[in-house]
Design a protein around this ligand. Sequence first.
Ligand code: HEM
Ligand code: HEM
Length: 248
Amino acid sequence: MPHRLQGRRPLIEPEAGARSVRVWDAPTRIVHWAIALLIPWSWWTATHDQLGRHRASGYVLLGLLLFRLIWGVAGSETARFGRFVKGPRAIGRYLRGDDPAPLGHSPLGALSVVAMLLALAAQIGLGLFAIDEDALEEGPLAHLVSFDSARWAAGLHHKVFWVVVALAVLHIAAILFYRVVRRRRLVGAMITGRTRWEGAAPAMAPWWRAALVAAVAAAVAWFVANGGRIQLLPVLPVAAGDGEGDRA
Ligand code: HEM
Ligand code: HEM
C-alpha cells in the first residue's frame, strides 16, 4: 500500500520550499470569469424579455464552452481533463488524506468541474432548440425540430437552469469551505493564475494554440448561431424572427 506509507498529509498549501508558480493559464481564467458573469446575465435577459441579448449571451457561452472542452485536451497541463479527472479510488484516497492535494483541481473538485460543464452544455444545447409558447422567440436550431419537441426543449431549458444554479452555489460553497476550514486560498489563483507550490511548475500551452482553439470555437459557435447555415452577415434580431412565419 504505497499510498499509506506517505502517511496523512495536511491538505493545505505547502509552505516550506514553496515558490510562486503559474497554475492556471490566461485562457482558462478568462473563460472561467466570463462564464461566471454570463450565467447571471443570461438569466437576467431571459427574465426581462430581452431574448435577443439572451441568445447573444448564449452564443458567447457556447463559444466559451467549446473552447474549454477543446482546451481540456489540447491546453495547458492543469486544464487537461486527462490530468485531473480521476476515478472513485483516487477520490477516496484524496478524501482520506492518503494522497496530498495536487496542483490544480483536486480529484473531488474535478467532479464539480465536469458536472458544471455538462450542465452548462445541456442548458445551452436545449436553448438552441427552445421555442416559446407563442412561437415568437426561438433558438437558432428550433427550425430543425417540430414545435412540440422545441417546447419540450424549452421546458427542460427552464428546469436545467436550476441545476446550473445549484451546482454554481455548491461550487462557491466548496471554495468558501476550502478558505475557512482548509485554509486554502483558491480564488486568488483563479484571478492571477499563480499559487505557491513546492513541486515542478506545470507545462503551459503556447498562446498561438489558444488563438487557434479560440478561432475554431468561435467559428463553430457562429455557425450554430446562424441556425447551421453559412451566412456572412450577423444574425440580427429581425433576421432571428424569420422562421416565425413558417410556423404560423
Ligand atoms: C445558445 C444558448 C441559449 C439560447 C439559444 C437560449 C434560448 C432561449 C429561449 C428561446 C428561451 C425562451 C423559451 C420559453 O420562453 O419557453 C429561453 C428562456 C430561458 N433561458 Fe435560455 N437560451 C440559451 C442559453 C441560456 C443559458 C446559458 C441560461 C442560463 C444559464 C439560460 C436561461 C434561460 C432561462 C432562465 C429562461 C426562462 C426565462 C423565463 O421564461 O422566465 N438560457 N432561452
Ligand atoms: C456561475 C458561476 C460559476 C461557474 C459556472 C463556475 C464554474 C467553474 C468551472 C467550470 C471551473 C473549472 C475551471 C477550469 O478548469 O476551466 C471553476 C473553477 C474555479 N472557480 Fe468557478 N464558477 C463560477 C463562479 C465562481 C465564483 C463566484 C468564484 C469565486 C468566489 C469562483 C472561483 C473558482 C475557483 C477558485 C476555481 C478553481 C478551483 C480549484 O482550485 O480547483 N467561481 N469554476
